[in-house]
Design a protein around this ligand. Structure first.
Ligand code: NAG
Ligand code: NAG
Length: 513
């Protein structure tokens, strides 16, 4: 019975077309569909030690361990949005975005992480940005936490210390009090996998703790409880006054089995549940709690490895209930897919214990997929369609915003590869919407080139190119900006549209190169 089910699912899955966009077919977006662009504080603001701002784990890491960053650079200045936010709002206005998704820097608001001391210039900065957006009819879509933890809190264990649930609640309360009269879309936490697995369970993001197989799971529990605390805080104390909505953004890769074998099918299923089910399931599923695949794998491996209990901390019944349903919408950051398989080549591939070893899968890119400037990012639009269908099936069709999706290049204004990527992902999104997925909006990563974490300034994700050598960090629209603008204006996806006024930009390119 189980095997018959698996075979039919697998046959359906195995014919995995990349889902490229056909020419000539103009498609309409739903009436109320909203378009935006995304950034994050550390990646754009600069002003790293100005006006009373405290230091974050990224300030410390980039200054003390430049070898972690590909080009050895920092976000000290970045696109200098701390000073140039008015120019940011101008380009947002040029694009006619419905919303702008940005994050607030915790140490700019609370220099030591604690809510006993509020940094007024930090409040002023975000007030100015929010007011500038609203006076131009653009909705602020605010991420409360996007990876720049106050170092002071990291010294106390950061996201592995359960005390952070209160610290995060105190910080969020300040934001609701100061900005909630004008901000109607909140994201509590962006990318739990990057925070926990990359930051604590490996050496890929600050704080580069690298306590593999242990710290990422301690972090996950605290991230979920912190999120839930802030959701309930908003729900119980601010919603009736401020009428906004609040959700969480989860990073998702789509996984396909690399072959028709049962092992590979299970490898792909486990990969999905470790990659995003781990963070979504407790909030959005009917049963709540961590996915059974994650609980089972970590418990089995932990026992084999001689640990007295599972390395995955348990959620009590009260915690399960507290977390369950704690979101008005699901934010999805998604960029790419992988083929997953499980065979003898797993022996010795991952550290023991580790997240990778617990998943028990090897990941590869199909050689036919188009690659970006980022080694992890291949164009597989069909993955977005499948992800949206699976989220609909597993989590009772929640309201979804795509809060991050985009393409990196090495630079230059003629970015036809980014144009193809955005079009083909939106085409896949429309396929899912036409089959009932409840997607409310889409936000491109990113509004402009910025500090791409450990890749420094080597990967360009912007609709606008940023000249980092110029004192005013000149922002220039790429071809993709013109295409996106037309999509927003017409609320249609036209695969053949070519911007007329792009000639100017092409000329400019010749001058620049
Ligand atoms: C992180 O841990 C892994 C596995 O133990 C190890 O191979 C790697 O060298 C560590 N990274 C750093 C920067 O220490
Ligand atoms: C919030 O929404 C409710 C119901 O739609 C409405 O009665 C109330 O006036 C709104 N409050 C604010 C502050 O906008």
């Amino acid at each position: 019975m189980a095997f018959a089910f698996y075979t039919s699912v697998c046959l359906a899955l195995f014919v995995f077309e990349n889902g490229a966009l056909g020419k000539g077919k103009i498609r309409k977006f739903p009436e109320n569909f909203e378009f935006g662009a995304s950034t994050a504080a550390y990646q754009i603001e600069g002003g790293w030690d100005e006006d009373g701002k405290g230091l974050s784990i990224w300030d410390i890491a980039t200054h003390t361990e430049p070898s972690y960053i590909q080009d050895g650079k920092t976000g000290d200045v970045a696109t200098d949005s701390y000073h140039l936010y008015k120019r940011d709002v101008e380009i947002i206005k040029e694009l006619k975005l419905d919303f702008y998704r940005f994050s607030v820097s915790w140490p700019r608001i609370l220099p030591n992480g604690f809510a006993n001391k509020i940094n007024q210039p930090g409040i002023d900065y975000y007030n100015n940005l929010i007011n500038e957006l609203i006076s131009n009819n653009i909705k602020p879509f605010v991420t409360i936490y996007h990876w720049d933890l106050p170092q002071n809190l990291q010294n106390l264990g950061g996201w592995t210390n359960p005390a952070i649930i209160d610290w995060f609640g105190d910080y969020a309360k300040v934001l609701f009090e100061k900005f909630g009269d004008r901000v109607k879309h909140w994201i509590t936490i962006n990318g739990a996998k990057h925070i926990c697995f990359e930051g604590y369970g490996s050496d890929l993001k600050a704080p580069f703790l690298n306590m593999t197989g242990i710290a990422e799971y301690m972090c996950t529990k605290n991230v979920l409880l912190s999120h839930a605390k802030v959701y309930h805080l908003y729900d119980e104390h601010y919603r009736s006054l401020q009428n906004g909505s609040i959700g969480i953004s989860v990073y998702c890769t789509w996984f396909e089995p690399a072959s028709e074998t049962l092992d590979d099918y299970l490898a792909a299923e486990d990969s999905k549940m470790f990659d995003w089910g781990q963070y979504m399931h407790p909030i959005f599923s009917k049963l709540g709690d961590f996915p059974k695949e994650v609980k089972r794998n970590v418990a089995l491996k932990s026992a084999e490895q001689g640990y007295p209990r599972s390395r995955l901390p348990e959620l009590s019944d009260d915690e399960v209930t507290h977390i369950q349903g704690s979101a008005d919408f699901l934010g999805i950051n998604t960029y790419t897919s992988r083929l997953a398989y499980r065979d003898a080549s797993l022996d010795g591939l991952y550290a023991v214990p580790s997240f990778g070893d617990d998943v028990g899968a090897v990941f590869v890119k199909d050689p036919s997929w188009t690659l970006s400037q980022s080694n992890w990012l291949a164009e597989v639009p069909r993955g977005l369609y499948k992800l949206l269908k699976e989220v609909k099936r597993l989590y009772d069709n929640p309201s979804v915003y795509i809060t991050g999706n985009g393409w990196s290049t090495a630079g230059g204004l003629l970015d036809d590869d980014r144009v193809n990527y955005i079009r083909s992902y939106l085409n896949a999104l429309l396929d899912a919407v036409n089959e009932g997925s409840n997607v409310k909006g889409y936000s491109v990563w990113s509004l402009m080139d910025n500090f791409e974490w450990t890749h420094g300034y080597t990967e360009k994700f912007g609709l606008y190119e940023v000249d980092f050598t110029s004192p005013v960090k000149t922002r220039t629209p790429r071809k993709s900006a013109f295409i996106y603008k037309e999509m927003i204006r017409t609320k249609t996806l036209d695969p053949d549209y070519e911007p007329e006024n792009f000639v100017e930009v092409e000329e400019k390119k010749i001058k620049i190169d």
